[in-house]
Design a protein around this ligand. Structure first.
Ligand SMILES: Cc1cc2nc3c(=O)[nH]c(=O)nc-3n(C[C@H](O)[C@H](O)[C@H](O)COP(=O)(O)O)c2cc1C
Length: 230
């Protein structure tokens, strides 16, 4: 493959984390295999339960497969977006405008999915995972932590390389078709689909997140964290 070779990863970790956005407007321009290999190497550094690394990645480059996946993604996106629009009824104008910008970018990703330079399909094998909450009477999340650490490392590496990327999960609903199309054997299953490409517009940048004061407590739930001993 030919194409640009990235920004050589010269960005501070905190800067990368605080400017890693969901970049959905991606150019079809090629992305070098060498660059994707660096991104995947960063993924391989992630911690996993028992260091089992119970994940694998299929890097999808084939135009026909991407187009087929794009059709599935577009249908799932349309269902998601129409539900989201309904939820926005009556919301403050600023929130609606922000959501509309995101939906527009999502529409573009859904439309251009077949032209992506690369799609990373993260797969997992639950038998190789230490799922410590599997027996609880609630949805189990611990297994995901042995996959999404790797996904996040890949996203951060994309950020460092100047590559646009977004963690998507809508295609997980269509796992049977995805499995068949990519010859993913049982019991491997799908956890995330990460489109990668050069940003069409500004790419990564400022993010909006809740402050730590709303997210963290000291010693007991509800007791504010912060302002204590350093
Ligand atoms: C578990 C998970 C699933 C997601 N699934 C999708 C998806 O299917 N499609 C999509 O466009 N974005 C998806 N996203 C991206 C989020 O919408 C995005 O990270 C969030 O809105 C914050 O956007 P920002 O980083 O640009 O601020 C997903 C993110 C996560 C963490």
């Amino acid at each position: 493959m030919t194409g640009r070779t990235g920004e050589t990863g010269q960005i501070g970790l905190y800067e990368a984390m605080s400017t890693l956005r969901a970049v959905r407007r991606l150019k079809p321009d090629p992305v070098d295999d060498a660059l994707i290999e660096r991104v995947l190497e960063a993924a391989s550094w992630a911690p996993t339960g028992g260091n089992a690394q119970p994940w694998r990645v299929v890097v999808v480059r084939d135009r026909g497969k991407l187009e087929r996946l794009g059709k599935l993604y577009a249908a799932a996106w349309e269902r998601y977006a129409s539900g989201h629009r309904e939820m926005l009824e009556g919301a403050p104008a600023e929130e609606v405008a922000r959501a509309e910008r995101t939906l527009d970018a999502g529409n573009q990703l859904a439309r251009d999915f077949g032209a992506l330079p690369a799609l990373l399909v993260f797969c997992f094998d639950a038998r190789r995972m230490a799922i410590t909450d599997a027996g609880l009477d609630r949805v189990s999340v611990v297994g995901g932590a042995s996959i999404y650490t790797a996904v996040q490392n890949a996203l951060l590496a994309c950020r460092a390389e100047g590559l646009g990327c977004v963690l998507t999960t809508l295609l997980c609903q269509d796992e049977a078709e995805v499995r068949e199309l990519l010859s993913i054997p049982e019991p491997w299953a799908t956890a995330a689909h990460v489109p990668i490409g050069w940003p069409e517009r500004g790419g990564h940048g400022p993010i909006r997140r809740r402050p730590v004061s709303r997210l963290a407590f000291t010693d007991e739930w509800g007791q504010a964290f912060g302002g204590g001993a350093s």
